[in-house]
Design a protein around this ligand. Structure first.
Ligand code: ADP
Ligand code: ASP
Ligand code: MG
Length: 403
């Protein structure tokens, strides 16, 4: 018996039948004597549909209004689930982000959780209510609604689990756990029994959207017991935890991210301070840069290429073009038909040859590499987007990750 936070994603609450399925799983936990807080996402494609609706009205809608609109999706799920639980004869109450005390900063559309006051949740739990909280949303210091970024309900759940000191945070989704790669792309992907916070953080940040990367960051920081499991199939899921040495695997998983774009500054002067100029400018505008490639100077000129998140592309190009008087690039070109494919594994650092094996897999599949970046626990390559799935499968096979 303890306090358990359970989060159910969009597909898990997509229709009335699924809502009742969730209700009965929640009740099972509750009837075992636990306090239960449930975090829900918007049903099915609701968030995408709301974005489309907004575009019909104003395709450059303010981020504040977008957040207000999108938060409605989770508000529908939370009350429907409360109704279902009540119908099954247990006490339940739903709370919005602000009612639950989810305080965020004011970075609309990707707000970060500052703290969770959680008083109301505790009070409702003390009354033996099952508490259902709308995921993905919070409130800022102006009392405005904010959202945490796509997939952010995972982060709501972990933040609540951390704030309440929950014994366990379960993320229920449409797959049975975290796999060596997206099971939709790789048919023989294998479920991992455990994965370390660090590996999961890399996987999530590199495109394995089974968990929102911020949720993993928070789980690590506050040592939250995290489990990813299926809302439909009853079997043990994947435990995300602090790493134990024994499990250091060479390659843990392969991830793909299509939401990236490449920018190249061609023929800038090959002089000290150019990179500083370009990247400090982007940093000033809060644009994160990922893979960076600079060519060797020739004739006193060089090229600087880098990748940004796709949704930062327009902003980055605007800033660079406005400041090209100082930067002095002959041309600024961009390309967004790219994909970043990565391998992650804590054991990589002590094993030479991992990169070579990954590149060999790509070579055998006839796939050209545009850019490369490495760190202690990951290697990423930028490739043509149309080859991304083939690349993931080839790499997965080369490292014998399959079941
Ligand atoms: P939810 O709506 O429950 O939040 P998501 O769609 O956000 O679900 O995340 C689950 C999906 O993540 C799976 O359906 C799967 O296609 C995808 N996915 C990507 N990489 C992985 C991985 N390594 N392991 C498991 N699922 C993954
Ligand atoms: N409904 C939001 C989204 O689709 C949040 C979530 O599902 O976690 O991104
Ligand atoms: Mg999700």
């Amino acid at each position: 018996m303890g306090l358990i936070v359970q989060k159910f994603g969009g597909s898990s609450v997509a229709n009335a039948e699924r809502v009742f399925n969730v209700a009965s799983r929640v009740i099972e936990t509750y009837d075992n004597g636990n306090d239960v807080v449930v975090v829900v996402s918007a049903q099915g494609d609701t968030t995408d549909d709301l974005i489309e609706k907004a575009k019909e009205i104003n395709d450059r809608a303010s981020r504040r209004e977008m957040d207000t609109l999108l938060s409605a999706g989770e508000q529908i799920s939370m009350s429907l689930l409360a109704m279902a639980i009540q119908k099954l004869g247990r006490p339940a109450i739903s709370l919005t982000g602000w009612q639950a005390g989810m305080i965020t900063d004011s970075n609309y559309s990707k707000a970060r959780v500052r703290r969770v006051t959680g008083e109301r949740i505790r009070r409702e739990l003390d009354n033996r209510n099952i508490v259902i909280v709308a995921g993905f949303q919070g409130i800022n210091k102006y009392d405005d609604i904010t959202t945490l970024g796509r997939g952010g309900s995972d982060t709501s759940a972990v933040a609540i689990a951390a704030a309440l000191g929950a014994d366990l945070c379960q993320i229920y989704t449409d797959v049975t756990g975290v796999f060596t790669s997206d099971p939709r792309i790789v048919k023989d992907a294998r479920k991992l029994d455990t994965v370390s916070y660090d590996e999961m953080l890399e996987l999530a940040s590199l495109g394995a959207n089974v968990l929102h990367n911020r949720s993993v960051e928070l789980a690590k920081k506050f040592n939250v017991n995290l489990e990813v499991l299926s809302s439909l199939v009853k079997e043990p899921g994947t435990i995300v935890k602090e790493e134990t040495n024994m499990e250091k695997m060479l390659v843990r998983g392969v991830a793909r991210d299509n939401d990236v774009a490449r920018i190249s500054l061609c023929n800038v002067e090959d002089a000290p301070g150019k990179a500083f100029q370009v990247f400090s400018l982007l940093a000033k505008h809060k644009i994160s840069v990922d893979i960076i490639l600079q060519s060797i100077g020739r004739d006193n000129k060089k090229d600087i290429s880098f990748t940004v998140d796709l949704d930062a592309l327009d902003g980055a190009l605007k800033v660079l073009e406005e400041n090209n008087g100082i930067i002095g690039a002959e041309s600024i070109v961009h390309y967004d038909n790219v994909s970043k494919v990565s391998i992650v594994g804590a054991g990589m650092v002590s094993n030479p040859g991992v990169a070579a094996t990954m590149f060999e897999a790509l070579y055998n599949a006839g796939i050209n590499i545009q850019m490369i970046s490495t760190s202690e626990i990951k290697i990423s390559v930028l490739i043509e987007q149309e080859h991304a799935e083939k690349a993931v499968r080839a790499i997965h096979e080369k490292f014998h990750l399959g079941a």
